[in-house]
Ligand binder design. Structure first.
Ligand SMILES: CC(C)(COP(=O)(O)OP(=O)(O)OC[C@H]1O[C@@H](n2cnc3c(N)ncnc32)[C@H](O)[C@@H]1OP(=O)(O)O)[C@@H](O)C(=O)NCCC(=O)NCCS
Length: 188
């Protein structure tokens, strides 16, 4: 697996998008929408990072989306997943399905706890770092499956590096990036 990242400076201009947007193929423009926003800049940077790291940047125009929005390249053995948060975009490229998540330190929120974490996970949280770590571990698994919150996220635990979820064995690995929390997930 290859991990690529773009770290953005504090004075990065999130609105300087026109040229990048104009270079995107139709399928990508369709999901980006035509309204400029910082979130859209992060998306643009993700697609740009993908284009730069595919064997041929024109493959971007072949990207399709699963029913919950997971992007993929049909009929190829290249799998990828992108994640972003303010200040960073990360991309995992692999020869099998992959999920990746990146976050800044997040404050634990109890409402979220119950919805997404099982009791083993909840009991392991002693700090915002623990919470954010666990969050990115679970989110990487969610993104591997290509699903959303409706999957029943508190039905499995991501405490260990090898986990079983929805009948599949999954391996979770950390991605070390200063100032951020990030994990990938792949099927074993
Ligand atoms: C996409 C989703 C899976 C993650 O959203 P997110 O955390 O805001 O986003 P990330 O930055 O990690 O990833 C976004 C990227 O993943 C990709 N993506 C979109 N839908 C996806 C899906 N269903 N599965 C996997 N990847 C997806 C896209 O490349 C997307 O980029 P874009 O937003 O620039 O278009 C979101 O739809 C979702 O359902 N999140 C669940 C949130 C939650 O409560 N998680 C609990 C985890 S503990």
């Amino acid at each position: 697996m290859k991990i690529h990242k773009k770290i953005l400076s504090v004075d990065f201009d999130y609105f300087d998008q026109a040229e990048m947007y104009s270079q995107m193929p139709k399928n990508i423009k369709a999901v980006l929408g035509d309204k400029s926003s910082p979130k859209r800049m992060l998306s643009l940077l993700g697609w740009q990072l993908l284009a730069e790291n595919l064997p041929d940047s024109r493959m971007l125009s072949g990207v399709e989306f699963g029913d919950k929005g997971k992007p993929f390249i049909p009929n190829s053995n290249i799998w990828f997943n992108i994640s972003n948060t303010r200040g960073i975009v990360v991309l995992a490229i692999h020869n099998q399905p992959v999920g990746i998540d990146v976050e800044r330190l997040r404050k634990p929120r109890e409402v979220l706890y119950k919805r997404v974490f099982c009791s083993e996970e909840i009991n392991s949280i002693c700090s915002p770092e623990d919470f954010t770590n666990l969050w990115t571990r679970k989110e990487a698994v969610v993104k591997l499956f290509g699903g959303g919150i409706s999957m029943g996220l508190n039905s499995f635990s991501v405490i260990h590096d090898e986990v079983k979820a929805f009948g599949k064995q999954i391996k979770i690995e950390p991605v070390l990036i200063d100032g951020f929390f990030s994990h990938t997930a792949v099927y074993l």
